[in-house]
Design a protein around this ligand. Structure first.
Ligand code: RIB
Length: 293
């Protein structure tokens, strides 16, 4: 079984559906409200676990009722929660999500996710060293992300970095990462100066660029686009997370980049067919059935 460790965020998603997005200063009536487990790190962990990987999570929850619900949820999915710390006096991370007009908008309040520290990474160096693959996102402090990259690369662990929500990161850290998985918008922001653009040109093979329903682009000396699957979309929240979780599972199993991207696209397509980031995430069996159709 592939050993994957996710170091990242855990949120409770507060999901409202409405016919339209409210304008500035406007109050409107919505259609439904649900609390659904989310957070980019947690979503990627659940995606990988549902696909059969052995997943460990390093992160933080607060000392509120959401924490218990989210820990129970991880345990139900067989994710190792031994390295998730409860932070006294802090709220668990939440994301306020509105789904309307075939799109969404999201406000994340990080809460306990901000307490995922470089010291925690040092404390759990053995867990990182024993992993085959590490998945990282940008919803925990940047100094922690850079520490994970330093420790994981020291131990030769494969690192997948999903730079979302995008913000600046050092070139030294990017250099040590094996795969960087921005969408096109995130890529543009990531390459915000000449030095970074030059880095991109000389390290193209590290970048796997998601392009929504179009598919995923990668480079191995030549440009490739692995096309996406056309499905009826209910909610795109977590589509990228499903892709990243699946990509990690396939790459860790030794699949080719092309095959891993195709697998990730299938998982992403199935995930958007239901409301909620994790609700539609498929099992391996469901992905096989989908690909056989
Ligand atoms: O990528 C989707 C996720 O972003 C949501 O689950 C929300 O919690 C935010 O972190």
């Amino acid at each position: 079984m592939s050993k994957i460790t996710v170091i990242g965020s855990i949120n409770m998603d507060l999901v409202t559906t409405a016919e339209k997005f409210p304008g500035k200063g406007e109050t409107i009536l919505g259609q439904s409200f649900s609390t659904i487990p989310g957070g980019k790190g947690a979503n990627q962990a659940v995606a990988a676990s549902k696909l059969g990987a052995d997943v460990t999570f390093i992160g933080c929850v607060g000392d509120d009722p959401f924490a218990k619900t989210l820990m129970d949820h991880f345990n139900r999915h067989g994710i190792n929660t031994n390295f998730i710390k409860k932070i006294e006096g802090e709220p668990t991370g939440v994301a306020s999500i509105t789904i309307a007009e075939d799109d969404n908008n999201i406000i994340v309040v990080s809460g306990a996710n901000q307490a995922v520290s470089p010291e925690m990474v040092e404390q759990h160096e053995d867990v990182i060293a024993a992993s085959e693959t590490i998945i990282l996102q940008f919803e925990i402090p940047m100094e922690t992300i850079e520490k994970v990259i330093e420790v994981a690369s020291k131990h030769g662990v494969t690192i997948i970095l999903n730079p979302a929500p995008v913000r600046p990161i050092s070139l030294e850290a990017l250099e040590r990462v094996d795969y960087i998985t921005p969408n096109e918008h995130e890529l543009a922001i990531l390459l915000d100066d000449q030095e970074k653009k030059a880095f991109y040109e000389s390290h193209r093979e590290k970048f796997i660029v998601t392009q929504g329903a179009e598919g995923v682009a990668y480079y191995d000396g030549e440009e490739h686009l692995v096309p996406g699957y056309s499905v009826e979309v209910v909610d795109t929240t977590g589509a990228g997370d499903s892709f990243n979780g699946a990509l990690a599972v396939a790459l860790t199993k030794g699949e080719s980049l092309e095959e891993s991207c195709r697998f990730g696209n299938a998982v992403g397509a199935l995930a958007v067919s239901k409301l909620g980031a994790q609700t539609g995430m498929p099992t391996l069996e469901e992905v096989k059935q989908f690909l056989n159709k």
